[in-house]
Design a protein around this ligand. Structure first.
Ligand code: TXA
Ligand code: MG
Length: 318
């Protein structure tokens, strides 16, 4: 694949928007860092983001919206969330809120979580791109896994040239630091990731201090277990055929009761992973067997998730 470098003019923006609507990957600048964008409603496009970044696991992605109204179509806005949004959007703040079932966001975007991260970026090029595309854009930072976040188109190309369809070159990012991630919850507002906003700015708007992120030493509340979404049934991995009473999730030549990809395509398998696990629950499968998935490319992230799904349930918070 040749990566196009697009100018931030009407022709470049139209091209970028067309590519995104076709399910392709386009890196674009925000005021914080460059994001690697895909149509958040298109599961295969989202899977391609993880493949291009080469992450060994699925991390939930931030969905970029045109404005508060578009964000409110996707998530349940609490009063606190609205107050924060009115103050800091457009800008370097991300809100983690419960996803609306009607939002039409590909399950892979939130990697099995019940919540979705949304933000309205301030940079004009980003605003124009989202407006032209007409869809919510899922975008992690536009770097290969383990590299630093890019603040120029050249940085994006250094790590992703040939792995994505285009980069929209909007010059340098002003903030250079990722967005602050906040989760308004009933107890207050948690700071999930420090970023472009200061704690004091946020506290001034909330009228109270921000709460720290829950960490590994805090006992895990039952709701948080769903962060490692596992189906209700027991899970056996690397199964080439079902044993008595098992429902088989297939891949490639291993035909199942349902399949992640009957053509053995890892991108398609990643795109279908979370909805397949949910489908097994809907079918009431209490013994689940899952076909072997090659441990290469995005297959590593799929296997990471499947190992968590198969782990003894006490280990789910690990
Ligand atoms: O400034 C930014 O936020 C940039 C630009 C491109 O918008 N994006 C960015 O994305 O930094 P990324 O993927 O590199 O980091 C997203 C962070 C991850 O740490 C992820 O775990 C967290 O957001 N996140 C996303 N959805 C979440 C959710 N539902 N609950 C908790 N954390 C979430
Ligand atoms: Mg990142």
């Amino acid at each position: 694949m040749k990566t196009e470098r697009l100018a931030p003019d009407p022709a470049g923006l139209d091209r970028a928007a067309d590519l995104l609507r076709q399910g392709r990957l386009v890196a674009f600048p925000t005021e914080t860092v460059y994001g690697l964008g895909a149509d958040a409603r298109n599961a295969e496009a989202v899977a391609a983001i993880y493949a291009a970044k080469g992450r060994p696991s699925f991390n939930p992605l931030i969905v970029h919206c045109a404005d508060l109204d578009q964000a409110a179509d996707l998530v349940e806005m609490t009063e606190t969330a609205r107050t924060l949004a009115k103050k800091f959007w457009p800008g370097p703040m991300t809100l983690v809120l419960p996803l609306r079932p009607t939002a039409g966001i590909a399950p892979l975007v939130k990697a099995g979580l019940p919540t979705l991260a949304v933000r309205v970026p301030a940079k004009e090029v980003a605003q124009e791109l989202i407006a032209r595309t007409g869809c919510p854009i899922a975008a992690p930072s536009a770097n290969r896994s383990g590299r630093i976040s890019p603040t120029r188109a050249d940085h994006v190309l250094t790590s992703l040239n040939g792995r994505i369809d285009a980069v929209l070159d909007g010059g340098a990012c002003d903030v250079g630091l990722e967005s602050t991630i906040l989760a308004p919850v009933p107890e207050g507002t948690r700071l999930l990731r420090p970023g472009g906003l200061t704690d004091e700015d946020i506290a001034a708007v909330l009228g109270q201090p921000v709460l720290p992120a829950p960490n590994a030493s805090t006992p895990t509340a039952p709701g948080q277990l769903s962060s490692h979404y596992a189906p209700a049934g027991t899970v056996r991995l690397n199964a080439t055929e079902p044993r008595d009473g098992e429902t088989l999730l297939g891949f490639g030549r291993v035909e199942g009761d349902l399949t992640l990809s009957n053509r053995g395509d890892l991108i398609e398998a990643a795109a279908r992973l979370f909805e397949s696990l949910q489908e097994l629950d809907r079918r009431g499968a209490d013994k689940i067997a899952i076909a072997p998935i090659p441990d290469t490319g995005i297959g590593r992230a799929i296997n990471d998730r499947l190992r968590r799904a198969a782990a003894p349930r006490e280990d789910l918070s690990a």
